[in-house]
Design a protein around this ligand. Structure first.
Ligand code: ZN
Ligand code: ZN
Length: 352
């Protein structure tokens, strides 16, 4: 019997017959990258392969890399295996990576979400024998409302703040979430962006993604020049001198973690919008079923309870230790939610 098609090493998920790694976290010669978030697209590899759509932001973040873009669905022979990239619905350009050898198929999900956000290429289930899935929100308490509902909440909040003479500062991760939020907001006023958000937004807009106009915050752009504006900024900008230029303001964080009361409380936020670029509990289960896989490996997130759940459902399930995680964290320090949040989530989950 030949070795497994993919194996799990201390550098990342490895395909010996193709001589490549998928989203490796230590430098390797050849890396296939699911998407541009910094925990998946890291610096220092000899050669990168990603979707054409993911490449511009990766180049912007990683600098002068030797990289190649591939179209969604395009088959590519690498060594003894065939690979292809398929939409993951997580952020613009994000992909699941399919690897096939002699009729045996594995799929590495990367990060994904099932709901079509109208901006990212919509998730498609890819039939496979073995599915390696993230489970960032792999507990039953995580159930997202439809995007349209959150959009209404956001718009109403912005309009109310403006009516009270306040600016509105919305904190969101700079690749994907920030742009998704802009597309959800009706034309209630100008949308200002922190430089870190504007950079990514500009790159995506130049690629042809349909994004509303935004104004970069520079000297002279403040509450006086743009009263009642909405400002989209990285979470680290909340409560800083940078944010104070907008005068009296309402601040909120937009993340799946806002489903946890403890995290909202610790951040001192009166408002949090529960919106995530990862699959919720029903989404994970739907996606896994749709692959038809008999064997499932779970990566970052609530791996232990989620694996147990999958075994109860009859799957051959395992845990893969990875160094992924961070794009939905409650700070932008790329950290997983802390253990207090974790135990809170487990407790809340048991109450459901
Ligand atoms: Zn991600
Ligand atoms: Zn991730």
């Amino acid at each position: 019997m030949s070795a497994e098609l993919l194996s799990f090493t201390d550098r990342g998920i490895y395909c010996a017959e193709g001589g490549f790694y998928i989203d490796p976290w230590r430098p390797v010669d050849r890396a296939l990258i699911t998407h541009g978030h910094s925990d998946h697209a890291r610096w220092g590899h000899g050669h990168y392969l990603s979707t054409k759509q993911a490449l511009p932001v990766m180049r912007h973040r990683l600098g002068d890399i030797f990289a190649e873009g591939i179209a969604y669905g395009e088959p590519r022979q690498i060594g003894g295996v065939q690979v292809s990239f398929h939409p993951a619905g997580h952020v613009p350009g994000s992909a699941q990576i399919r690897v096939e050898r002699g009729g045996e198929v594995w799929v590495v999900s990367g990060d994904y979400k099932v709901e079509d956000d109208g901006l990212s290429e919509a998730f498609v289930p890819v039939p496979c024998h073995t599915f390696i899935t993230e489970c960032t929100f792999g507990l039953p308490l995580f159930r997202w409302q439809p995007q349209a509902v959150i959009a209404q909440q956001l718009a109403a909040w912005w309009v109310a703040n403006a009516a009270e003479g306040r600016s509105t500062i919305l904190a969101a991760y700079g690749l994907g979430k920030a742009q998704r939020l802009m597309t959800l907001l009706p034309d209630a006023g100008p949308i200002l962006t922190h430089g870190a958000v504007e950079e990514t937004t500009r790159i995506l807009r130049d690629q042809g993604y349909n994004l509303p106009p935004t104004i970069r915050v520079t000297a002279g752009v403040d509450a006086k020049s743009h009263p009642g504006a909405l400002i989209i900024a990285p979470p680290s900008a909340l409560g800083t001198p940078w944010a104070r230029r907008f005068g009296p303001s309402a601040e909120a964080f937009a993340s799946g973690w806002m489903a946890l009361r403890g995290i909202r409380r610790r951040r001192g936020l009166d408002t949090g919008f529960v919106i995530s670029d990862h699959a919720d509990w029903p989404g994970l289960n739907t996606a896994i079923r749709a692959t038809g896989a008999e064997r499932v490996f779970v990566t970052h997130g609530y791996t232990t309870p989620f694996r147990r759940w999958l075994e109860e459902q009859g799957y051959d399930a395992g845990i893969v230790q990875t160094e992924f995680g961070g794009d939905e964290a409650d700070t932008d320090t790329e950290a997983e939610p802390d253990s207090a949040a974790e135990s809170e989530a487990v407790v809340e989950s048991k109450l459901l």
